[in-house]
Design a protein around this ligand. Structure first.
Ligand code: PMP
Length: 402
């Protein structure tokens, strides 16, 4: 009750109400895929909006971060500092070929801001985004986010943003060919996550890349949620072997311990940022603690084979969740879809999804709804689920559906 009261008094009353809706549970610690509450409950965390690829408190990441805090937590920003280069090199080594220049930030939205600013450095203004696309809630990122509900209270947003249907490469080609000729960039998710887990038709990403190239617009692939193995491939870009001009990474990049995000660009695209050390800065950008976390997290993903684990787990979970949902929900179910460990369950209406979410949480499994489509429940479990965790997830889902 004291926790709820403080939310009400000093944070957000609405958030307090949401917490109460979920049983007033108060989380106190976590380990791997599990979250523990102050009243001694253990919940399997299959939510986290994609942050927890390697589960909570991965020992290697925790060690790297605590050692860095104990020795040199904050850079002078005047001298050279070795951590940033090491993390950038590690990230460049796993991103698609040619993407080798990195700007580090904290949130996903900040990575988006960096991309939008860098795109505009190249002399053009317009930005094309997609309906339902989610890129964050700072003013620039929100200008790209395709959800009127979040946008309308803050209008006017940045000028010269236009939203097109996701998955429709022909509409984009037409806009680029026949619309104003000053499109700076196209920003798109390889699989839309917050829109409710939408996989584009095969060929879409390649066609988008080809249209961008043909019309001189930069392609910004927002992989804040899909990147680093979540989809069972290192990047959503790998689904069609494309290489964007800029790739945005966040969430799991720090191993889920602190906010770290990145905008990774080709050298000639990055040039305006690379030629002036002060053109786009932020006090905590590339902070040594963040860099230690990112380097350790990337090493974990590689050495523990988390990408292929995500793929294997996803190909087991998706058909089972689909089958259970079809059997137990009948016509209340619209569709189950996903890739790797990004799995969406769309119900006939948002109220039903909220009920199912509540049932799951009260039975000990945390899932999320999708920020841009409340009818779609989302599972984004870590790639470190054990066989027992998988059983618990499936059994609990079945019970919650019945
Ligand atoms: N882009 C995508 C694709 C996302 O899913 C999100 C977060 N859900 C963001 C950007 C924004 O990230 P953040 O919340 O860290 O600002």
């Amino acid at each position: 009750a004291a926790v709820t009261a403080r939310y009400r008094a000093h944070l957000s009353p609405a958030r307090a109400t949401l917490g109460e809706l979920f049983g007033g549970l108060v989380e106190s610690s976590s380990s791997g895929a599990w979250v523990f509450t102050t009243d001694g409950r253990a919940l399997l965390n299959c939510g986290g909006y994609g942050v927890l690829l390697m589960g909570a408190r991965h020992p290697r990441v925790v060690r790297a971060v605590t050692e860095q805090i104990a020795t040199h937590p904050v850079a002078t920003r005047m001298l050279l500092e070795p951590r940033a280069g090491a993390a950038a090199e590690a990230l460049a080594a796993v991103t698609p070929p040619g993407l080798d220049h990195v700007h580090f930030a904290g949130s996903g939205a900040e990575a988006v801001e960096a991309a939008l600013k860098l795109a505009r450095c190249h002399g053009r203004t317009r930005v094309l985004a997609t309906h339902g696309g989610y890129h964050g809630k700072t003013m620039g990122a929100l200008s790209a986010t395709g959800n009127p509900m979040y946008r309308e209270p803050f209008l006017p947003l940045l000028p010269e943003f236009r939203h097109l249907p996701y998955g429709d490469a022909a509409a984009l080609e037409q806009e680029l060919a026949q619309g104003p000729a000053d499109t700076a960039c196209v920003i798109v998710e390889p699989v839309q996550a917050e829109a409710g887990v939408h996989l584009p038709p095969p060929g879409y990403l390649s066609e988008v890349a080809a249209s961008c190239r043909a019309h001189g617009a930069l392609l910004v692939l927002d992989e804040v949620q899909t990147g680093l193995g979540r989809l069972g491939t290192w990047w959503g870009a790998d689904r069609e072997g494309i290489v964007p001009d800029m790739l945005l990474v966040g969430k799991a990049l720090s191993g889920g311990v602190i906010p770290v995000s990145a905008m990774v660009a080709r050298q000639e695209v990055f040039q305006p940022f690379g030629s002036d050390p002060f053109v786009h800065t932020s006090t905590f950008s590339a902070a040594p603690v963040a860099m230690a976390a990112a380097e350790a997290a990337i090493a974990c993903i590689e050495e523990e084979g988390l990408v292929s684990r995500a793929k294997a787990l996803g190909s087991h979970l998706l058909p089972r969740i689909r089958q259970i949902a079809a059997e137990c929900l009948g016509e209340l179910l619209v569709e189950v879809r996903g890739a790797g460990l990004l799995i969406g369950v769309e119900l006939a209406e948002p109220g039903l999804t909220a009920e199912l979410l509540l049932e799951l949480i009260s039975r000990g499994v945390i899932a999320n709804h999708s920020l841009n489509s409340h009818a779609v429940l989302r599972f984004t479990p870590p790639a470190v689920l054990t066989d027992r965790d998988v059983d618990i997830l499936l059994t609990t889902f079945e019970q919650a559906c019945t």
